[in-house]
Design a protein around this ligand. Structure first.
Ligand SMILES: *[C@@H]1O[C@H](CO)[C@@H](O)[C@H](O)[C@H]1NC(C)=O
Ligand SMILES: *[C@@H]1O[C@H](CO)[C@@H](O)[C@H](O)[C@H]1NC(C)=O
Length: 303
């Protein structure tokens, strides 16, 4: 018995020492990549991608099944959903403190941070709901609970009072409502099959999305007009999309290199990266320009 106690003590000290070593080796650590850069979840890891230098490194490891991802840039938070654990977690980048902020949900394939009011929005494709809370997971409210089939990606535009989400149910569509869930309207209902990821050019009031049924990357304005096919490739399986003007990035499950960078205006493929295999899921830009303090400018020229 005595011997056993000693042994567990030793193990405990080894564990403590290794945690300490890991922390100190990451202590230049508040910088996870050089903005503007990208964060990608590939289910087990959250990977930072420096697209300029084509550098890829894991910033969060050993996750159960991470899918959706977003950040609060100025507060230094990364949020992600785990679709096996059925929760949403948050990492504070400064001190690497991970907390579970949302529990008692179904599968969450999409989440988005309202950076001006410090709120978290998420979709739930099990219970077919769109909900909101503060960044600690308190003050939860369900905003949309009717006529949702398979809600997936969600993106917010605080300055135009808009939330925009995809639904890949039997009547696939992209819908828009106010941030409180009012004035709901479908903006894309035709030639859409598996709309997965979504991102916004808020200054230009334009929606970018990827469709894993039509194998496309497309964009459309907030009213569903001026639709533009940017990229299409047979048997693509895109999942996430992120805009860092003038570039658009999307993750894909079938191509050899799983992350592609397009010219957001022309759709021309400029570069492809590998994030070391797996099926990359959510992707988000890690940059202050994506969550600006001041007013928004049109990011892309659409003429
Ligand atoms: C981590 O964050 C949670 C929630 O903000 C807090 O309650 C907890 O004390 C923090 N833990 C550490 C080690 O800082
Ligand atoms: C996710 O990416 C990391 C780092 O590139 C890699 O080590 C890991 O194996 C990947 N996960 C999967 C499921 O492929």
């Amino acid at each position: 018995m005595q011997r056993f106690m000693k042994m567990t003590n030793v193990l405990w000290w080894i564990k403590l020492a290794s945690v300490f070593l890991m922390k100190s080796s990451q202590s230049d650590g508040a910088i996870i990549c050089t903005p503007p850069c990208l964060l990608v979840s590939n289910t087990t890891d959250i990977v930072a991608v420096d697209h300029g230098k084509a550098k890829v490194n894991s910033v969060i490891l050993g996750l159960t099944r991470a899918v959706a991802i977003d950040v609060h840039f100025s507060l230094g938070f990364i949020f992600w959903s785990d679709v096996t654990e059925l929760n949403i977690k948050r990492l504070r980048i400064d001190d690497e403190n991970t907390t579970t902020v949302i529990t008692n949900i179904g599968v969450c394939d999409g989440l988005a941070v309202q950076w001006r009011t410090s709120q978290l929005y998420w979709t739930d494709t099990t219970y077919n709901r769109i909900s909101v809370s503060d960044l600690d997971g308190n003050n939860q409210l369900t905003l949309i609970f009717s006529a949702l089939e398979e809600p997936r990606a969600i993106a917010l535009d605080p300055d135009n009072d808009a939330m925009i989400w995809t639904d890949w149910g039997s009547a696939p569509k992209i819908e828009k409502a106010s941030l409180s869930g009012q004035q709901r309207v479908a903006i894309v209902t035709k030639e859409v099959y598996w709309p997965n990821g979504i991102d916004l050019d808020r200054g230009g009031k334009r929606v970018f999305w990827v469709d894993a049924g039509y194998d496309r990357v497309e964009s459309v304005d907030y009213n569903g007009n001026n639709r533009k096919l940017l990229f299409q490739m047979h048997s693509l399986h895109p999942f996430g999309v992120a805009l860092i003007p003038p570039f658009l990035f999307f993750t894909d499950w079938v191509t050899n290199k799983e992350l592609h960078m397009l010219d957001a205006t022309t759709g021309e493929v400029l570069k492809s990266f590998s994030v070391n295999g797996g099926r990359p899921m959510g992707i988000v830009a890690y940059d202050s320009g994506r969550q600006p303090a001041g007013n928004l400018k049109e990011a892309i020229s659409y003429s």
